[in-house]
Write a protein that binds this ligand. Structure first.
Ligand SMILES: [Zn+2]
Length: 199
C-alpha cells in the first residue's frame, strides 16, 4: 500500500514530488479509474513548462529513464481526459434509444450524456480518474495530421515504472483492473497513444 498524505501526496522514495499547482482543479473525492497517456514531447522538461500554463495536466509523469514524478495531488482533479467516448457502444450494451442518438457523430452530445452516468456505466473522466503521462513523442513530428503520427514505444524503464505505479495505485485506491485504460480508449485521441504500455 502507498502512503498518501492528507494533501493527496504520495510518500515513497521511488516517487519524486514535483507538484504543479496550476494544473490542480476541483477536489476529487473518489478515484474510480486510471488513464494512461503519452505526452507527445521528447522530454519531461517540456511537460513541466507546459504545466506552467495551468491548463491540462495529469497526476504523474514517467520520464524516459523510468523516473516517476507526482505532478498533482490525488485529491484534486486534473484535465487529462477530454470528451468521453460512449462506453455502452464499445461494450455493445447501449439501449436502442441511445444507439439511435449515437448515429450522428456528436462528441459534445455524447460527452454530456456520458457524464450523467456513473462508472462503470461510463468511462472514468477528469472528475474521477488519475492520469499518468509517459514521456514519448508522436512521430514524425513534421506530419501535419496528428492522427497519422505514431507514438514511439515505451522504454523498458518506463514500462517497469508504469507497472509498479499502477499496481500500487490500484491496491491503495481500490481501482479494479477493468477501470484502467489507454487514453484513446476513452476519448478521441491518436490510436497509438500508449499502445505499447502494459500493466
Ligand atoms: Zn493523452
Amino acid at each position: 500500500m502507498l502512503i498518501i498524505d492528507k494533501g493527496g501526496k504520495v510518500i515513497h522514495k521511488r516517487i519524486k514530488l514535483k507538484i504543479s499547482l496550476l494544473i490542480e482543479k476541483r477536489p476529487m473525492s473518489k478515484v474510480r479509474g486510471i488513464i494512461v497517456h503519452q505526452t507527445g514531447g521528447s522530454t519531461a522538461k517540456s511537460v513541466f513548462n507546459s504545466y506552467n500554463s495551468g491548463k491540462s495536466g495529469a497526476h504523474f509523469l514517467i520520464d524516459k529513464d523510468g523516473t516517476i514524478y507526482q505532478t498533482a495531488s490525488l485529491i484534486r482533479q486534473t484535465w487529462h481526459v477530454g470528451k468521453l467516448r460512449s462506453r455502452c457502444l464499445a461494450e455493445m450494451k447501449c439501449s436502442p434509444t441511445e444507439l439511435n442518438l449515437l448515429k450522428n457523430f456528436d462528441p459534445s452530445g455524447t460527452h454530456r450524456r456520458e457524464t450523467a452516468k456513473n462508472v462503470p456505466g461510463r468511462y472514468p473522466s477528469n472528475q474521477d480518474s488519475i492520469g499518468i503521462e509517459i514521456v514519448g513523442q508522436a512521430l514524425p513530428v513534421n506530419e501535419p495530421d496528428p492522427d497519422k503520427r505514431t507514438y514511439e514505444a515505451l522504454t523498458k524503464e518506463q514500462n517497469d515504472s508504469l507497472k509498479w505505479l499502477i499496481q500500487k495505485l490500484r491496491l491503495s485506491l481500490k481501482v479494479p483492473l477493468t477501470e484502467i485504460f489507454r487514453h484513446p480508449a476513452v476519448s478521441y485521441k491518436n490510436k497509438t497513444e500508449a499502445a505499447t504500455a502494459s500493466w
